[in-house]
Design a protein around this ligand. Structure first.
Ligand SMILES: Cc1cc2nc3c(=O)[nH]c(=O)nc-3n(C[C@H](O)[C@H](O)[C@H](O)COP(=O)(O)O)c2cc1C
Length: 239
């Protein structure tokens, strides 16, 4: 594929086949990702790759946390506090996503993207149950046989996040070039403890983002191409 083909083919994939991805192929993709630039070539990252039973166990725990958290919304404050403590539901603190609504234009774009996605999935906006089930698929890695978690060292300040982003994009484009699909998932950095239980992540590294990796299925959801803003909207007007 040409760069242009790979670049436009890459889309967030939310349904995978069961076909396994060989360790050799995963390592090739990681090698491509390591070609990414990083601030002063510090490469302040650590990566977890989970497959097989380990991935299943992590998925089970994450799903339990997600479902338990969702049920808490209807409970009183004491039940909330007790359950949050008992099941360790507090989200990670360092690199955290916004909990709940975004703001301004970002919330508008988020809704537009979600509405488009649910339309492709045939889910009505008021169907909270189906929406919850769809969201829960994040924690099952959308059926992917591989999930990857990227940790970065926060002592490297903002460049750690820039480096992570570029690394992830290299990884995703490499995967696309090899016929695989990916979905970067902020949902996978909500709780790191189920992952840390299985892997010796060095002290000082914080979880930034997770992603699912596998072969895209023919499911309609994978045809979704959310609209991107125009170059005009992106560009700042000259004074
Ligand atoms: C940092 C980050 C976090 C994301 N988190 C999620 C997520 O938790 N679940 C999900 O289904 N998609 C997630 N996405 C995918 C975005 O929704 C997707 O990139 C966006 O809608 C644009 O679609 P495209 O990737 O197909 O171009 C995330 C993407 C990024 C970059």
């Amino acid at each position: 594929m040409t760069f242009n083909e790979v670049n436009t083919k890459r889309r967030s994939i939310r349904d995978f086949t069961k076909q396994e991805v060989s360790t050799e192929l995963i390592n090739e993709i990681l090698k491509d990702a390591l070609e990414a630039p990083s601030s002063s070539n510090t490469q302040p990252l650590k990566v977890v790759v989970a497959t097989g039973n380990t991935l299943k166990e992590i998925g089970k725990e994450l799903t339990f946390k997600y479902n338990t958290s969702a049920k808490l919304a209807k409970k009183n404050i004491f039940a909330k506090l007790y359950s949050a403590y008992k099941h360790k539901l507090q989200p990670n603190k360092v690199y955290q996503t916004i909990q709940g609504k975004y703001f301004g234009i970002y919330q508008e774009r988020r809704i537009k993207t979600a509405v488009g996605l649910y339309k492709v999935l045939g889910i009505k906006r008021e169907d909270k149950k189906k929406r919850h089930e769809e969201m829960a698929k994040n924690f099952n890695f959308f059926g992917a046989p591989v999930a990857i978690w990227i940790y970065a060292n926060p002592k490297m300040k903002y460049t750690a996040l820039v480096d992570t982003g570029i690394f992830m994009q290299n990884l995703m484009l490499s995967a696309t070039n090899k016929g695989l699909g990916t979905c970067p998932q902020g949902a996978l950095n909500l709780w790191r403890e189920p992952v840390d239980k299985h892997f010796s992540v060095p002290k000082g590294y914080e979880l930034v983002c997770g992603l699912s990796l596998g072969y895209p299925s023919e499911a309609k959801v994978n045809s979704y191409r959310p609209e991107k803003i125009s170059v005009e909207e992106l560009l700042v007007i000259k004074k």
